[in-house]
Write a protein that binds this ligand. Structure first.
Ligand code: DQA
Length: 149
C-alpha cells in the first residue's frame, strides 16, 4: 500500500508562530505538526514531519526519502528561490511531490516569485496559510490512492 509520506520543512519554519505573523499566521510549528499528523491518521497515511535549517540536511532528507516514502510534501522555504541542490535531489525522487508555501510568494518581494522547484514537482499550493498543509495531505492521499489502482 502506498501510504507513507514525508513532509519536509525548510529554514525558519521552526519559528512559525513567532516570525512574521502577517505572512504565516499565528500557528506554531508544534501545532502545525499536530494537525498534519492528525489529518494524516484520519486519511490512513503514515507521515513523518521534519524540518531543517541546513540546505545539505534537506538534500539528505530528500535523497533518503526515495527508499522510504511514497510521496513528499515540501515547503523548502527560502531555499525554494535559491537551491539547485534541492531541485536536483527532487529529480531523484520519482514519486509524487507537492510544493507548498504558506504565503502567496507571488504577492511578495520579486526574489520570491521565482521557484527553482515548481517545474520538477507534481503540483503546488501557495497563499492558503497553514490550511495549505491539510489540502496538500488530502491531495497526496488521492494521488497515492490512484497509484494503488
Ligand atoms: C515560504 C515562502 C518563502 O519565500 C519564505 O522564504 C519562507 C516560507 C512560505 O511558506 O510562504 O520561509 O516558503
Amino acid at each position: 500500500m502506498n501510504n507513507k509520506i514525508i513532509i519536509i520543512n525548510g529554514p525558519n519554519l521552526n519559528l512559525l508562530g513567532e516570525r512574521e505573523q502577517s505572512q504565516y499566521g499565528s500557528i506554531t510549528f508544534k501545532e502545525l505538526r499536530k494537525i498534519c499528523i492528525n489529518k494524516s491518521e484520519e486519511l490512513g497515511l503514515v507521515t513523518e514531519f521534519s524540518q531543517s535549517n541546513v540546505e545539505g540536511e534537506l538534500v539528505n532528507l530528500i535523497q533518503n526519502a526515495r527508499k522510504k516514502f511514497d510521496g513528499m510534501i515540501l515547503n523548502a522555504a527560502a531555499f525554494t528561490h535559491t537551491s539547485v541542490a534541492i531541485r536536483d535531489a527532487l529529480n531523484v525522487f520519482k514519486k509524487p511531490i507537492i510544493e507548498l508555501h504558506i504565503s502567496n510568494i507571488y504577492k511578495r518581494e520579486e526574489f520570491r516569485h521565482k521557484s527553482l522547484i515548481s517545474d520538477v514537482v507534481t503540483g503546488g499550493i501557495f497563499g492558503l496559510g497553514a490550511d495549505g498543509y491539510i489540502l496538500a495531505i488530502i491531495s497526496m492521499q488521492k494521488l497515492l490512492k490512484n497509484e494503488d489502482r
